[in-house]
Design a protein around this ligand. Structure first.
Ligand code: ADP
Length: 730
């Protein structure tokens, strides 16, 4: 997928090192010199007659299966290198040790070795080696979650690369910075860095680099839900690959293309791209890529509800199991297990999940251990196998606690890093502002001396200017603080809602288990109390889910996808299938509906909330009518009407307030957040939302949206207004 993504940078560097090693080995340069015996060597007679380079090669092949032995081999190589005072081999030995630790997820030890390797590189004054290690250190620090250090090492590498005009290293450093910002969710900066990397790659004539960076940019756009730009970018990468790249790169781009389309819920187009990619991988016998593509195809078929097809693809992918890494292997069984559950093939599901948990435990893959155990708990609880169920629930909950702590630490580190770097940038902005003020004072002082006789008027003006400048600066500083605290609040709401869900899920699971196991011994009153607890858990869970959605929507920017209104209906029907099924609801809309300039996700959320309300708040068979037409050049009007219980019009705007529910709603499920989300979305596009209703007959919700996409300058002006930013004085 990303050939120069940091993982691949490492593979790439590693390959170069191996090539160098092979060259040296084939030259037999040191074969005779490096055969002296050592203490360690007596423990490992199999490497006694090998050269240092050969020993390193052997250790490399072995390091994933037997880390201890691989490290012992490197120690032998290092001992010999020290004897020969060969700094280059000492460097390689230390770097290999770092790499082995890193690949075995022992990151702190990896960092220690890399630091030693850096010293060895510095002793030799070898800039290429220093650059390599800076990159290793940056990648490993990112994995640990030391984002500041990651940035420092990438910047060090960048500076050195610029000094010695090493374009390729510059490209890699920019790429590393892009990946760092992508990791911590600062997508604007990520794209900025990727673009720099692309520029250098372009200047170097490295089309492959340009294409892979474009892939990364495309993926980054999907993360900010900007599907249009994501598709545009990946399509460009694809065209470029068709013109210039080899078939493997084309297949890689197609894979990303398929995923971006799937993310945009354009499943059929996605399947086409992935099929093309699969054909290429098959022709080239790229087994691990074949396996990966099969899984992605299966995921889409699962999403589409084509379970048989999906199952077939998962099983095909399993035939390539020896080419899949342990994480993907365990994940494959997990997905297969989930699919069997959907198909109600419980025995097969259990087997697949057990297999997945086994692989996950062998490789310490915590999230899969947790997910699998949770699914197994549910299976056994339903079968009445309480002891087994409890065992799996305990493991799941212990692992989840561990993961939550880890996740929290990581998220705090991300937030801290973003906060620190944004703060330092803002401090620079303020400093510049102050400098400008001093300049303004200087110039106006000089001006006053020169035109002294205009004194009075000019001085008054100067004073006003001065006061305005002061005020402006003060307001800007306040704005910055306000934005920061808003950001922290949003993050807090998200983190709180997210983290509260897990303990709640545990309470729900244990209550379930208690009821299944001891329910028969309870009297009626106790059973009733249990019912209250279960209801409470369910309601709180719904509340947290909606709060999460609300806090996510608040922080999303509006987008100008061109979406045909009817196109989002299938996915809404899928999400609401249980509600539709249980109420026999009919959802109707004209065949031809216009196109809206709105993010597909936003339109889906908006309509889904309105439609589900129409079904929920209805005492007969719900009939929902969706309509949309162009009112005039400027506006499109969308309406969702129902035949439900209706709303007393005197409630007016209040029903769009957070947590606001009408009296008659309390016996129905809900949280009072849905309409607030709708209003929030509509506000983003400068639209309007209101309702008309007759109690007992039904309600119609209207949404008026601007027909045209907003231009970038509209967005900037609006953003400034929202943040109350004053235009600069003068
Ligand atoms: P929820 O549906 O979770 O209660 P909403 O924010 O979506 O929350 O709606 C707020 C309240 O507005 C509902 O509780 C209900 O009282 C009322 N309401 C919304 N839509 C309808 C509708 N179509 N018909 C009747 N009442 C509605």
């Amino acid at each position: 997928m990303k050939c120069i993504g940091p993982h691949n940078v490492q593979t790439w560097i590693c390959q170069i090192l191996l090539v160098i090693s092979c060259l040296l080995a084939s030259g037999q340069v040191l074969a005779s010199q490096l055969s002296s015996d050592s203490l360690k060597q007596s423990d490992y007679p199999e490497v006694a007659d090998k050269t240092i380079v050969e020993i390193l090669d052997i250790s490399y092949d072995l390091h994933r299966e037997d880390l201890a032995k691989a490290l012992a081999y490197v120690d032998i190589a290092l001992e010999r290198s020290h004897e020969k005072e060969n700094l280059l081999y000492i460097f390689y030995g230390l770097r290999y040790k770092g790499l082995y630790y890193e690949n075995n997820n022992q990151l702190e030890s990896a960092l220690d070795e890399y630091i030693r390797a850096l010293e060895a590189a510095k002793k030799q004054d070898n800039n290429e080696l220093i650059l390599t290690i800076y990159t290793d250190l940056a990648i490993t620090h990112r994995k640990v979650g030391n984002y500041q250090k990651t940035k420092d090492y990438n910047l060090k590498a960048l500076e050195l690369a610029k000094q010695i005009d090493h374009k390729q290293a510059m490209e890699i450093s920019y790429h590393g910075l892009g990946f760092l910002y992508e990791t911590i969710g600062d997508y604007d900066k990520a794209i900025e860095m990727y673009l720099q990397s692309m520029e250098v790659a372009d200047a170097l004539g490295n089309t492959e680099g340009v294409i892979t960076t474009m892939q990364n940019i495309g993926i980054t756009y999907t993360k900010v839900n900007n599907q249009n730009l994501a598709l545009e970018t990946i399509d460009k990468a694809y065209q470029l690959a068709l013109e210039h790249a080899d078939s493997m790169r084309i297949a890689n781009v197609l894979l990303d293309y398929g995923n971006i389309l799937a993310n945009n819920k354009e499943y059929d187009k996605a399947l086409k791209k992935l099929d093309q990619s699969l054909t290429i991988f098959k022709k080239s016998h790229e087994k691990s890529s074949i396996a990966r593509t099969l899984v992605q195809l299966a995921d889409i078929h699962t999403e589409k509800g084509a379970y048989e097809y999906a199952q077939n693809l998962f099983l095909q992918s399993l035939t390539y199991s020896s080419y899949i890494n342990s994480g993907d292997y365990a994940d494959l069984y997990y997905k297969l297990g989930q699919l069997y559950l959907k198909k109600k093939q419980i025995n097969q599901a259990e087997q697949a999940l057990q297999k997945s948990v086994k692989i996950a435990e062998e490789h310490n893959l915590k999230d899969l251990i947790q997910e699998n155990n949770y699914s197994l708990y549910k299976i056994y609880a339903e079968q009445g196998l309480y002891e087994k169920a409890l065992k799996h629930l305990m493991t799941s909950s212990e692992t989840k606690n561990y993961l939550l702590n880890e996740d929290k630490t990581k998220r705090i580190a991300e937030m801290q890093f973003r906060f620190d770097s944004e703060k330092s940038e803002k401090e620079i902005q303020l400093l510049k502002l102050r400098q400008n003020r001093f300049l303004l004072f200087g110039i106006s002082g000089l001006f006053i001396v020169l035109v002294f006789f205009f004194g009075y008027t000019i001085r008054i003006k100067g004073k006003n200017n001065d006061q305005l400048a002061n005020k402006n600066e003060e307001i800007q500083a306040q704005n910055i603080k306000l934005k920061e605290s808003n950001e922290v609040l949003k993050q807090f709401a998200y983190v709180a809602a997210h983290d509260l869900k897990e303990p709640l899920r545990n309470i729900g699971s244990f209550i379930n288990l208690i009821q299944i196991k001891y329910g028969q011994q309870f009297n009626e009153e106790a059973n009733e109390y249990m019912g209250f607890v279960k209801n409470g858990v369910k309601r709180l869970n719904g509340l947290l889910t909606d709060l999460l959605e609300y806090s996510q929507i608040s922080s999303q920017a509006p987008e100008n996808d061109k979406v045909v209104v009817g196109d989002v209906l299938p996915s809404i029907r899928r999400s609401l299938r249980e509600l539709i099924h249980s109420t026999d609801a009919i959802i109707d809309c004209p065949e031809q509906l216009p196109t809206l300039c709105i993010s597909r996700t936003h339109l889906t959320q908006l309509l889904q909330n309105l439609i589900s309300n129409g079904i929920k708040f209805c005492d007969r068979q719900p009939i929902i009518n969706l309509d949309c037409y162009r009112e005039n050049e400027q506006f499109t009007l969308l309406s969702v009407s129902d035949n439900g219980i209706g709303i007393d019009p005197s409630y007016g705007e209040k029903i769009f307030n957070l947590f606001h529910r009408l009296d008659r709603a309390t016996e129905r499920e809900g949280t009072g957040i849905g309409l607030t989300i709708c209003k929030n979305i509509v506000d983003k596009y400068n639209g309007e939302i209101w309702f008309e209703s007759k109690e007992g007959e039904g309600s119609t919700f209207f949404v008026r949206l601007p027909a045209q996409a907003r231009t970038l300058s509209d967005a900037i002006v609006e953003n400034n207004q929202q943040n109350n930013l004053l235009l600069p004085v003068n």
